[in-house]
Design a protein around this ligand. Structure first.
Ligand SMILES: [Zn+2]
Length: 90
């Protein structure tokens, strides 16, 4: 990940551990991946409990790169919305 925005120059990581909150965002985002997969499995093949578990794990493993990336993006936007930077460098 770049340290600063190539367009406006803001430093993405405001403070040490800034992106720790993106872990929680990613946790919520993972529900949006897993629940549709579980519902899809339920309405189609109705697997055993292990089938649901395997389906959820496979869906999550495949979605980890996207979740990791977009959790940070969503967190950056949420934080900017709640606590805007006072003087954005031009
Ligand atoms: Zn920018």
């Amino acid at each position: 990940m770049h340290r600063t925005c190539g367009h406006c120059g803001i430093v993405f990581e405001r403070e040490r551990g800034y992106f720790m909150m993106s872990v929680f965002v990613g946790y919520v985002m993972s529900f949006f991946v897993v629940i549709p997969v579980l519902v899809g499995l339920y309405v189609t093949i109705r697997p055993s409990m292990n089938g649901y578990l395997i389906g959820a794990i496979v869906a999550l493993v495949l979605a980890i790169p996207l979740i990791f990336h977009y959790a940070r993006v969503v967190w950056l936007h949420l934080d900017e919305l709640m606590d805007p930077r006072p003087n954005p460098p031009a």
